[in-house]
Ligand binder design. Structure first.
Ligand SMILES: C[C@H](N)C(=O)N[C@@H](CCCCN)C(=O)O
Length: 699
């Protein structure tokens, strides 16, 4: 079962003890109340720093593109050398980002965020030094280091976002992170040429390094926020209490349930929880990220999976991402040239058209993310986006007999608008979906694999474009891109079908309210006495031996004997009176055992002695011994399970008052009736006069 006890749930439990409700922020602010991780402000702060993590990365990632003419001129680079520099970001990451993902799963988000933002800065500083010294090889080294840090930082950002904003905010949070990344790219394209004009190439690279320090600052703030949230959770949830798990929709539900062997219980009001043996966080999360998914690292939580165990859904999703991203990214790299060649567009207009993809994505990502959170349909939208991408490339690559574009003639703007929408749809739906199809413990690994594939696809596509354009022209390339997008669309159909058939359509579902809401609901239940604060180990045992469960077993047993409710009530009556049932008397007679007198049967030892002296011990039907275990209610009475859970153990096994009867199994016995001679007892008299019992007696 997937467990996303996100910070929201921590804080909502916190609400229980907080003097001010979350709805009175002003009051709480001035009363010295602790800030809680579920506060909107807190979560917004986390989202902001998570988004800024990659801001410097994207600014620097697009620096070569923004300064292409200046770099090649100032450093005297050939086209090959320039392209080698650019692609050195992607090539190593066909492997390295996968390793990065593993390390993120191993060391957690906090350490990874700091280490990776530092690595990005180091790479950018090396490049700054390289352009200052005009050492091309050092530039390659810098880009290599920068790329290794950058792609893994992307993975780290995704895992942070998915862990903090699991549930119905997931896609929107992803959307915001994409928006900030796009702003980084757009800012790079729009400011660096001017910066270069003022401070030169070294200065332009140094500005990039400066912006990278922003990301390091963001990582440091994230560490503080994340650690504080962890402390809150630890304070509110002692290890045993962490055994509670909330089902938030997922993916990993079945798989993890199998793995943990956890016991699912369902409260009457529909809250679903599970309890597992509590345990300390394991090495993968104990020191770094318990707040996100505290039970991940519990003793029973499976370790991160190997990529081969991530499942078909993950691989389909990754392949779709690889195909969709590789066409768009490699098109962006040559788009300016293409528009100039095909449409005779000016350099500025070509640049504008190409940047539309990023511009649209910047605005659309959070909007699309919000709609995915509200209506689901991520899988359907990914499919639609791939189809739209196919249409865009097809229209860009189709021309009439005169060599002019046949569709959208002279209006590449329309094609670019649809491509921008398609790219927004792919990036906004792909990453949130990815987090839904893999177990959280393996998210870093999975995203690493997905990014590695994407880098492989983009690098390969770039080489393909470089080799094909000269021989076959751009139209051919556009047609190939349309074909690749169509393959992605077909895979998306398969992916949707697979998800629908095997996983109940999880990628298209609306995610349930975030765990915080469930936590709040649970808090209210606890306050109302309808649930317990945590599940001690005795609860499952108690559920099994609860009065209701015993009643159920008893009724089933009697039914097997062919007795109905009346027979059962009669046996209750015998038990209350402490008199052996006629069946018992008959069997005792058959076995030659003398039953004690009725008065002595009211003492526990009496019945026990009677039964244990029966030679056929086990063969003797436990009619009389199995007495009513639920004195306060009729056998058919149903007690809500939530109430059962909240009933202390002691109340189920009251200490018998002196003289009260007990079954041989030690089950609680109702308070004894007044110890009058049976003949003078009204109850006894009515029993004696009962036709049913009279016939029984006579038998
Ligand atoms: C450029 C990088 N390889 C990439 O894939 N970027 C994606 C977003 C990755 C997830 C961000 N946390 C993009 O859409 O730019």
């Amino acid at each position: 079962m997937r467990n996303v006890a996100s910070y929201g749930s921590i804080a909502k439990v916190d609400d229980a003890s907080a003097p001010f409700s979350a709805s009175s922020p002003a009051a709480s602010r001035w009363s010295g109340r602790r800030v809680r991780p579920s506060d909107a402000l807190y979560r917004n702060a986390v989202l902001t720093v998570a988004c800024v993590l990659t801001f410097g990365l994207y600014f620097c990632y697009d620096t070569p593109g923004a300064l292409v003419t200046d770099i090649t001129a100032d450093l005297h680079l050939t086209s090959f050398r320039y392209n080698l520099l650019v692609s050195l970001y992607s090539w190593p990451n066909t492997v390295m980002v996968f390793v990065g993902g593993l390390l993120i799963d191993r060391y957690g988000n906090r350490k990874s965020a700091v280490a990776l933002t530092l690595l990005v800065l180091v790479g950018q500083l090396i490049m700054t030094a390289a352009v200052t010294l005009r050492w091309y090889w050092l530039l390659l080294v810098g880009r290599f280091v920068f790329g290794i840090g950058g792609e893994s930082l992307n993975v780290c950002q995704s895992t942070i976002v998915s862990r903090w904003f699991a549930g119905h905010e997931l896609a929107m949070a992803f959307g915001f992170s994409l928006t900030v990344s796009r702003i980084g790219s757009i800012l790079s394209f729009n400011t660096l040429p001017y910066v270069h004009g003022v401070v030169g190439l070294s200065g332009a690279f140094a500005v990039g390094a400066l912006i990278c320090t922003l990301s390091i600052a963001a990582a440091s703030v994230f560490v503080c926020l994340d650690r504080y949230a962890e402390q809150c959770r630890a304070r509110e949830s002692p290890p045993s209490a962490q055994a509670w798990r909330y089902r938030v929709d997922s993916v990993e539900e079945e798989e993890e349930e199998e793995a943990t062997g956890s016991m699912a219980m369902e409260l009457e009001d529909g809250i679903r929880e599970t309890t597992t043996a509590s345990g300390d966080a394991g090495p993968s999360t104990a020191t770094s990220e318990p707040p996100e998914r505290p039970q991940r690292g519990s003793a029973r939580t499976p370790p991160p999976r190997s990529p081969l165990q991530l499942g078909l859904s993950f691989w389909l999703c990754s392949l779709i991402g690889m195909l969709a991203y590789s066409t768009v990214f490699s098109f962006i790299a040559v788009g300016g040239d293409f528009f100039h060649w095909r449409y005779g567009a000016s350099r500025e207009y070509s640049g504008f058209l190409v940047s539309l993809v990023y511009d649209i994505s910047m605005f659309m990502a959070p909007l699309l993310g919000r709609s995915f959170d509200q209506v689901g349909l991520r899988g359907i939208f990914l499919l639609t986006s791939c189809a739209l991408s196919t249409l865009s490339f097809r229209t860009l690559g189709t021309h009439n007999a005169h060599g002019n574009p046949a569709l959208f003639p002279r209006i590449p703007l329309l094609s670019m608008l649809t491509l921008g929408l398609a790219f927004s749809g792919v990036s906004s739906s792909l990453w949130p979906s990815m987090t839904l199809v893999v177990p959280a413990a393996s998210l870093g690994t999975a995203l690493g694999v997905a990014q590695a594939l994407q880098n492989f696809g983009t690098s390969t596509a770039s080489i393909f474009v470089g080799r094909t354009v000269d021989d076959f022209g751009y139209d051919y390339v556009m047609k190939v891109f349309a074909g690749v997008s169509a393959v992605a669309a077909v895979l998306a159909v398969w992916w949707n079908l697979d998800d629908w058939v095997h996983h109940g359509g999880r990628v298209n579902r609306v995610l349930p309210p975030e765990p915080a809401d469930e936590a709040e609901l649970r808090r209210q239940l606890i306050a109302a006495g309808l649930a317990v604060d945590y599940v001690p180990l005795y609860v499952p045992v108690y559920v099994l031996i609860s009065p209701q469960a015993i009643d159920t077993v008893r009724r089933a047993y009697y039914r097997r004997l062919g007795e109905g409710e009346m027979g059962m009530r009669r046996r209750d009556l015998y038990a209350r009176l402490g008199i052996a049932h006629p069946d018992v008397q008959r069997k005792a007679a058959e076995a030659g055992v003398r039953l004690p007198r009725p008065e002595s049967l009211q003492r526990p030892t009496g019945i026990s002695a009677a039964m244990t002296t029966t030679p056929r011990g086990s063969a003797t039907p436990p009619a009389a011994p199995i007495v009513s275990a639920s004195p306060a209610r009729s056998p058919g009475m149903v007690v809500p399970s939530a109430t059962r859970l909240s009933t202390p153990m002691a109340s189920a096994s009251p200490t018998p008052s002196p003289g009260s009867g007990r079954s041989i199994e030690g089950q609680p016995q109702p308070p004894p009736l007044p110890r009058r001679p049976p003949s003078s007892s009204l109850l006894h008299r009515s029993w004696k006069e009962s036709p049913v019992d009279r016939s029984n007696r006579s038998s």
